[in-house]
Design a protein around this ligand. Structure first.
Ligand code: NCD
Length: 306
């Protein structure tokens, strides 16, 4: 049976751990060994929304595994701009490839593609909903940087309403026994309550606060996000909140010695450039881990056992 990667909600703890273990094996492997895994296999990237890291790291990952890549980076270059439907596009591209990587502004589109296609579908972001390959790379980064995931204290800062990276990551962390969450967001961009809901009363603590200094002091990982301008129905509302939180190096003075600042990137203004030189800046290695984790994902979904 084909295997899709659509939402972190679909994955068991064992499956999440398997991806992370595979990524460790991939990272330890020399490039001349990796290149033997997927010769002749083709990955199609269907990107209906802008991307730099996700698309290019998927493409780089596929090339390093010996496979090749076709695809498009914007809808305007495809027959969708002539009126072709999403599902017709899927049924077209599946004739030319072995696996589909899809990013689309519509929530649920990746699942729809997976239902329609006989190929494995990897969700590279569907609207504000999910971004599972980003979450796996975030988890891989945390595991690598802190040596563990279970029991860490997380702080999320920024746009918690529209960030799919936050939605994916919080649910995955809850599965992995992370229970202490501090949430800092403008009033209009708070995390929806259903992301905090669970059937284990008292297990999880979600502290919503405006006190960013306090959040920084207490956490092991500070996960910053961009205010998601493209999701606002009204740009006047975006203007009101766009510079709500800006992290600077001096604000990290009270941070724990080992605390890491992560960000899925791109940043706009929410992390000042002076943070880059601090020992806490984890977002550049995080982005680099994208190639490794996406190799682990491609191998698993194309049936290669490591
Ligand atoms: C994120 C995304 O597209 O959701 N970027 C990424 O994939 N690294 C975050 C964002 O755009 O803010």
């Amino acid at each position: 049976m084909k295997k899709d990667l659509i939402s972190m909600e679909d994955l068991s703890i064992q499956e999440i751990t398997d991806y992370l273990t595979a990524a460790v094996k991939v990272e330890a492997m020399p490039l001349n060994e990796r290149v033997q895994f997927l010769p002749g296999r083709i990955m199609a990237t269907l990107f209906f929304e802008p991307s730099t890291r996700t698309r290019l790291s998927f493409e780089s990952a596929m090339h390093q595994l010996g496979g090749s890549v076709i695809g498009f980076a914007e809808q305007s270059a495809t027959s969708v701009s002539k009126g072709e439907s999403f599902t017709d596009t899927i049924h077209t591209v599946e004739n030319y490839s072995d696996i589909l990587v899809i990013r689309h502004p519509g929530e649920g589109t990746a699942r729809l593609a997976a239902k329609e296609s006989h190929l494995p579908v990897l969700n590279a972001g569907d609207g504000s909903n999910q971004h599972p390959s980003q979450t796996l790379l975030d988890l891989y980064t945390i595991q690598k940087d802190l040596g563990k995931i279970e029991g860490i204290k997380m702080a999320f800062i920024g746009d918690l309403k529209y960030s799919r990276t936050v939605h994916s990551l919080i649910r995955a962390l809850m599965k992995l026994n992370v229970t202490d969450f501090t949430l800092v967001a403008p009033e209009s961009l708070r995390l929806q309550k259903y992301f905090m809901s669970n059937d284990e009363p008292g297990k999880y603590q979600f502290k919503e606060t405006d006190d960013i200094e306090e959040a920084i002091k207490n956490c092991d990982v500070l996960y910053m996000t961009r205010i998601q301008r493209e999701r606002f129905p009204d740009l006047v509302e975006y203007e009101k909140v766009k510079d709500s939180y800006v992290l600077t190096a001096s604000m990290l003075k009270e941070a724990k010695e080992h605390a890491r600042v992560l960000h899925p990137l791109p940043r706009v203004r929410e992390i000042a450039y002076d943070v880059d030189k601090t020992k806490h800046a984890g977002y550049f290695p995080q982005m680099k881990n994208g190639v490794i984790i996406r190799q682990a994902i491609l191998l698993k979904h194309l049936g290669v056992q490591l």
